[in-house]
Design a protein around this ligand. Sequence first.
Ligand SMILES: Nc1ncnc2c1ncn2[C@@H]1O[C@H](COP(=O)(O)OP(=O)(O)OP(=O)(O)O)[C@@H](O)[C@H]1O
Length: 247
Amino acid sequence: MTLPQPLLKLDQLRRHRAGRPAVERLSLALDRGEILGLLGVNGAGKSTTLSMIAGALRPDSGTIELGGKNFLEMPELAQKAIGWLPERAPLWQELTVHEHLRTHAQLRGLRSAALTQACDAVIQRLELTPLLRRLAGVLSQGQRQRLGLACALIHSPDVLVLDEPANALDPVQVASLRKVIREEAARGAAVILSTHLLAEVTAICTRVAILHEGHLRHDGAVPAGDHTALEQTFFDIAMHGAGAQAA
Ligand SMILES: Nc1ncnc2c1ncn2[C@@H]1O[C@H](COP(=O)(O)OP(=O)(O)OP(=O)(O)O)[C@@H](O)[C@H]1O
C-alpha cells in the first residue's frame, strides 16, 4: 500500500547567504487545505525559505517536491503551481493595475477568455475596480500589497506563498485578506505565510512553524482561541533557541 504524499514536501533544505547559513536542514510537509504560519525573529530565515519554495532562490542542498515531483528540476512547475507574494511585491511602476494583472496572467500561461475571467475574478475579490487605471508607481503601500496578492492568486495556484501578506493593510483589508486565504484553503490550495503577528496566526492558520537561526524549532497545531500559549513558545525559542520540533 502506498501512503498518500503531501502536496508540498521540503526535505533537508539548506541555503547560505553572504557566507552564513540562512536555512539549515529544514524539512516540512504541507497538505492541501492547510494554512501554515511561519514565525521567527528578524533574520530567522522565513523569507529565504519562502523564496526557495517559490522557486526564486535555489537551495544549496536538499529537495523540494510538489505532488511527488522534484520541483527544483522543473521550473515550469513553479510557474504553474505556485503563487508568490514576496516581502516587497516588485511592480512595474509604469504599468497600470489592470495591465499588471493581464501581464501576470499571461506569464502564468493564461490566454483569451480564461485570462479575462481570471483577471475579473481577482479584481472582484480584492476590490481593485477603483484602482484599475492607476499606475503601479502611484499606489499606496497597502494598495501595492493588494495588487501583489492579486497577482499571486491569478492562476489559482496549488500552493500560495505569502511573505508578510498583512503588511501595510488597513483593518478592513486585513479582514478581506483573511477571507481570501480561507477561501483559497477551502478550494484545496496549501497556504504558507510568514508574519510577525501572533494574532494573525491564531486567527487564520491551522498550523504554525517557528524558525530560529535557520533551524525549524517548532511545528504543530495552532492553539485554539487565544495566543498566550503560542506567545510563550515563540518567546522561549526567541530567547533560548529552545523548543522541541513536533512531529
Ligand atoms: N539578499 C541577501 N543577501 C545576503 N544575505 C541575506 C539576504 N537576504 C537575507 N540574508 C540573510 O539571510 C538570513 C535570513 O534572512 P531572511 O530574510 O530569510 O530572514 P527573515 O526571517 O525573513 O527576516 P525578517 O523577519 O527580518 O524579514 C539573515 O541572516 C539575512 O541577513
